[in-house]
Design a protein around this ligand. Structure first.
Ligand SMILES: [Fe+2]
Length: 252
């Protein structure tokens, strides 16, 4: 069975639509979202509605949590985006019940999901919402050991916006290095599924991952989308810093 794993949409509706259109052509049984539906981007309502419609399981991201509760450790640009996002979600456009539905959905998101030997989180197995696992953490063995000890087999995560596979022997394999296909084996692995709406691996294309639970094969997929359009929307919104548009074009 194939599961499409999307994460870190960040209110980027153009990217989300491109990814969902691609998913529809991949014989995928279900879609899981690993969090950060909102934050940074210009279309939080539209992205939430689409995730509610399309995703079987959705995990709470730190930006989703920040929209609900008082954010901790956010820089001024991110914080201003949180307040603007809250305001957008409070505004009723069209159906009033949809406003409540979005808040209820956010408020009920789980921090993690597990099934069989698979774990799904936003950040890490150790701290599901906030902990970053960066590629350079392969040099921090005690950190990775502690995280691996909480994983039965495979853990799927997002949060850094940098796709790739952390192997049991402390390597990080980027999609480029494995030609976008990676065969998981019986060893443990942490899989960062990449970011739909704000990639940070210097490739501006939207990223998501397909996992085949029969073959344990991973496929990283990259999609071009109209990032100029998303950036234009960001530039028009005073509370969203222009750097949030610039970074989409650079993929950082
Ligand atoms: Fe994120």
């Amino acid at each position: 069975m194939k599961t499409a794993l999307i994460s870190d949409i960040h209110g980027n509706f153009e990217a989300l639509e491109a990814v969902l259109a691609d998913i529809r052509e991949q014989q995928v049984s279900r879609i899981f979202c690993l969090g950060d539906i909102v934050g940074y981007g210009p279309n939080p309502r539209e992205c939430l509605d689409e995730v509610i419609r399309s995703c079987e399981i959705t995990i709470l991201g730190n930006h989703d949590a920040a929209t609900l509760f008082d954010p901790d450790g956010f820089n001024p640009v991110a914080l201003q985006a949180v307040y603007w996002t809250r305001d957008q979600l409070d505004q009723t456009v069209g159906d009033a019940s949809q406003t409540n539905k979005r808040w209820d959905f956010l408020g009920e998101l789980p921090k993690k999901h597990s099934e069989d030997n698979l774990l799904f989180v936003h950040g890490s197995a150790r701290e599901p919402t906030n902990e970053y696992v960066f590629p350079e953490d392969v040099y921090k063995r005690s950190k990775l050991d502690a995280i691996f000890s909480r994983v039965t087999q495979y853990c799927f995560q997002g949060h850094t916006h940098i796709p790739g596979v952390f192997t049991h022997d402390f390597d990080f394999i980027t999609p480029d290095e494995c030609d976008y296909e990676y065969q998981l084996d019986s060893n443990k692995a942490l899989i960062n599924v990449g970011s739909v709406g704000q990639p940070r691996d210097e490739d501006p294309r939207s990223c998501y991952t397909i996992f085949d639970s029969v073959t344990n094969q991973l496929q990283f997929r990259r999609l071009s989308y109209a990032y100029d359009e998303t950036a234009r929307k960001i530039y028009r919104i005073e509370q969203l810093h222009n750097s949030l548009g610039d970074r989409l074009k650079a993929g950082r």
